[in-house]
Design a binder for this molecule. Structure first.
Ligand code: G1P
Length: 297
């Protein structure tokens, strides 16, 4: 079966980021940096590396800084040019999204009605065909995770392909959990998924992380989806509602994932990135104690 190309990526970025208060009072969590690179930039790079043509950001009116970050800033470039910082101005132009993808849209989720609702908000802006959904909180370093999912989607008969990783039973209630029917290498075929189940009722220990490739039929499912966990419209529930007919698979992606939705994950990500740069060797060395490195993951 050949699927049509996946050309649109949706970035749900309307969340208030309460776990990072007070920093997120003024700075959207997606702009918090891992060393010097904001989370949203990693997500954008991942989508770009996967050949995405259109990016739809589902944002909130209080988070205008994301749009400022993503869009080209001609005034800033002119100021830099006037100060002789030509190279920096050139770099800004090259990394501004319009230079890299065909289309960028900002749309808004005015009320926090859930991830499923956020994805539905993007419906009128996506190109025909399946869509990619990327949650920037889940930072994945290494090969483009969404690219791997798209490749899997293209070569399988499943209409829904999601990123998955194994978790401990105490953690099932933090994730969507797949109901796995068959394991073929890194591919886990499933007939459904449940949002944040307690360990006792979790169908597996295979958690869904924030990467999805979804047949466009997902929008019909979302449009009629009633609120679920947390009284929110859950993407998990909409996927689950027609998983058997559309076909669902999880992919154990090859990259390394950091949960940057919390402080510990952010710290781990920063330490990991720093540990790969010789410039920080000395600083990190000072934190090595009793033969154990705090960055050993
Ligand atoms: C969301 C999804 C959940 C998924 C998780 C991955 O939950 O609802 O199914 O496992 O992202 O990070 P959240 O972390 O936004 O509560």
């Amino acid at each position: 079966m050949t699927h049509s190309p996946v050309r649109t990526a949706i970035f749900p970025v309307a969340g208030l980021g309460t776990r990072f208060l007070p920093a997120t009072k003024a700075t959207p969590k997606e702009l918090l940096p891992v060393l010097d690179t904001p989370l949203i930039q990693y997500a954008i790079n991942e989508a770009r590396d996967a050949g995405i043509q259109k990016m739809v950001f589902v944002s909130h009116s209080s988070k205008a800084a994301i749009e400022r970050y993503v869009m080209d800033d001609g005034d800033l470039r002119q100021t830099l040019m006037a100060r002789g910082k030509t190279e920096l101005a050139k770099q800004l132009k090259e990394t501004s999204l319009h230079a890299l993808v065909d289309d960028v849209v900002f749309t808004f989720q005015h009320e926090p009605l859930g991830l499923g609702h956020a994805v539905l908000c993007a419906r009128d802006h996506v190109l025909p065909g399946a869509v990619a959904v990327i949650l920037p909180d889940d930072l994945i370093l290494g090969r483009s995770c969404i690219g791997e999912l798209i490749d899997t989607y293209q070569s399988s008969d499943c209409g829904y392909v999601v990123g998955t990783m194994p978790v401990e039973s105490k953690d099932t209630e933090k994730y969507g959990i797949l109901s796995v029917t068959e394991r073929i290498g890194s591919l886990l075929r499933a007939n459904g998924m449940i949002e944040k189940p307690k360990a006792a009722v979790a169908p597996s220990l295979d958690a869904v992380i924030g990467r999805y490739v979804l047949d466009e039929i997902i929008f019909d499912a979302l449009a009629i989806q009633s609120p679920g966990a947390g009284n929110e419209i859950q993407l998990t529930d909409a996927i689950n509602s027609n998983a058997k007919s559309v076909g669902l698979a999880g992919l154990r992606f090859s990259g390394k994932r950091f949960d940057c939705g919390n402080k510990a994950g952010m710290l781990q990500a920063a330490l990991h990135v720093a540990s790969e740069d010789p410039e920080y060797e000395e600083i990190l060395g000072k934190f090595v104690f009793q033969g154990r490195s705090p960055i050993a993951a």
